[in-house]
Design a protein around this ligand. Structure first.
Ligand code: GLU
Length: 526
């Protein structure tokens, strides 16, 4: 048994070993955000890839909240994360809300667990206590260019390796603040096996003796908590953003020091999301500058009250956001661009993830939303459009709204745009577009419109097809100019030279309303 190691921990090590080697193969991945503000869309992409991989492998998708840095804690951020995934339709198998067999799922509730492992590392001699004050470290940095706390410098510093044991003990007893550093042996090979980047080998001498615990807040730092939790939660694959790649060698070292190297998860570091121009990381400022959200849901900063837009509030459909994000860093290797979530689960693979950053493309995001609006049934689309109509004080039958949205959905990227494309189905024009009037409302027009009124009045079957046949025959018999007549007709019905097929509009608004609008145009226009 390791000298000084707590017997419960030792037997725990042994039981885990057996567990892993004998029975444990289930794929388990985690999304591990820190609740420091709204979740960036890049984080959502990371979570999505975790989800796709886990579900493809019949595995579990876990949410772990990494809140050990209390100075960066932001109220509401955790709730925001949960709400965002509810909206997106990416359910967690285990989470702080849902619970599970590996909890607690919030690091702030796991303090005692980390302490055990920090102690185990100290007992093994794999970590040591350091008392250097910030000022002392500053002096070293000023004296030595590129100073780093490591094998080449640690014996000049004030730590449990250089001080007599009694002094270390008495310093701790007297309440002196200290940190615990991991002891990185120099000139060792560290291999990070990454599913996207392949094997990355680095020399341990480039690493510094990172702080893994601070006495001041009695908490481990990110690195230790992250590794301990991945191990205890039996995470098999660590899939995260490229910004964590530089931490991976240290994490491998921690696994090794804790005696868990055999059980180390497989890493996959995802490419960055880049600015639309491709130069650098996508930021909130890019979103503000170019008018697109970088957060899944709207967020109001609890301190400043500043509001940042979200995909949900901007009218994006969750399915479109998922499809769009899946393609930022992955492609199926075929022409297919529209994928449902379950198709993505089937098709996803790390082999087809790119190593280089993915440029954010707003137009593509809108295009996806358009595609998903087209895929929606008119019934569902009408349901979503109803509140907009209600807000405008319009009451219309469901059947009418369904027909109207069906006729204009081709033309919109967002549900909110449906009104501009369809208002004339619900309200008669009160003004007429001047340019169109000058161009289309001629001297002979009122007379022709009067004849048209009489023609339509006599019709029993007011279907678009029958109207079209009747009106076209009439135009031909009188040798009228089709364009002139039809454009004036449109001006009378719509108030402008736009909209879907003319007779589709009049079929939906009905005979009575059609005739009323023509009369109104005749009496209003010159
Ligand atoms: N807490 C880290 C973050 O906020 C987790 C990184 C990881 O997945 O290991 O992204």
């Amino acid at each position: 048994m390791v000298k000084g190691m707590n017997p419960t921990i030792f037997s725990y090590f042994c039981s885990r070993m057996n567990n892993r080697t004998m029975t444990h193969h289930k794929i388990r991945v985690r999304f591990a955000p820190s609740p420091t503000g709204p979740l960036h869309i890049g984080g959502v992409r990371t979570a999505l890839y975790n989800y796709l991989f886990a579900k493809q492998q019949g595995g579990d998708f876990i949410l772990r909240i990494e809140d050990t840095d209390s100075s960066r804690f932001v109220p509401g951020a955790e709730e925001y994360i949960q709400e965002a995934f509810d909206w997106l339709g990416l359910p967690f198998d285990e989470s702080p809300l849902k619970g599970g067999n590996y909890g607690p799922y919030k690091q702030s509730q796991r303090r005692e667990i980390y302490k055990q492992y920090v102690n185990a590392l100290l007992d093994k001699g794999a970590a040591y206590i350091a008392f250097d004050t910030p000022e002392e470290l500053e002096i070293q940095r000023a004296e030595t260019a590129n100073f780093q706390y490591d094998a080449s410098t640690r014996d000049k510093m004030r730590n449990s390796l250089t001080l007599p044991a009694e002094e270390t003990d008495s310093l701790i007893k007297s309440g002196t603040q200290y940190v615990i550093r991991i002891k990185i042996d120099p000139e060792q090979e560290i291999v990070v096996d990454d599913m996207i980047r392949g094997k990355v080998v680095i020399n341990s001498s480039v690493l510094d003796d990172k702080v893994i615990y601070k006495s001041a807040d009695e908490l481990p730092t990110y690195h230790l908590a992250n590794v301990v939790d991945d191990h205890l939660m039996e995470i098999t694959h660590v899939i995260r953003g490229e910004e964590w790649l530089p931490s991976a060698p240290l994490h491998v070292w921690l696994y090794r020091s804790l005696g868990w190297e055999e059980d180390m998860p497989q890493f996959a570091h995802l490419p960055l999301l880049l600015k639309p121009e491709g130069n650098g990381k996508l930021s909130k400022r890019d979103g503000d500058r170019l008018g697109f959200p970088v957060f899944p849901l709207q967020w109001s900063d609890p301190k400043t009250g500043e509001v940042s837009s979200g995909y949900r509030e901007s009218g994006y459909l969750p399915e479109a956001v998922i499809n769009f994000l899946a393609f930022l860093g992955w492609n199926p290797g075929t022409e297919q661009e529209i994928f449902s979530l379950s198709e993505l689960v089937q098709a996803f693979s790390f082999d087809r993830c790119s190593k280089s950053g993915a440029k954010f493309d707003v137009e593509k995001a809108k295009w996806y939303n358009h595609q998903y609006i087209l895929e929606m049934s008119d019934t569902d689309l009408a349901k979503q459009f109803m509140p907009v109509l209600q807000e405008k004080g319009i009451s219309a039958s469901t059947a009418k709204v369904e027909k109207a949205v069906g006729l204009v959905k081709e033309r919109v990227h967002f549900i909110s745009e449906l009104w501009d494309q369809s208002y004339f189905f619900f309200i008669a024009p009160t003004t007429y577009d001047e340019k169109t009037v000058n161009k289309r409302w001629k001297e002979e027009t009122p007379g022709q419109m009067q004849q048209l009124t009489e023609l339509l009045e006599g019709m029993d079957d007011f279907s678009a097809a029958n109207q079209e046949k009747t009106v076209m025959d009439w135009i031909q018999q009188n040798q009228y100019h089709t364009g002139n007549v039809m454009n004036a007709f449109r001006l009378a019905i719509v108030g402008a030279g736009k909209g879907p097929h003319m007779f589709d509009i009049t079929e939906v608004i009905g005979k009575e309303e059609t005739l009323r609008r023509i009369q109104q145009a005749i009496s209003t226009l010159p």
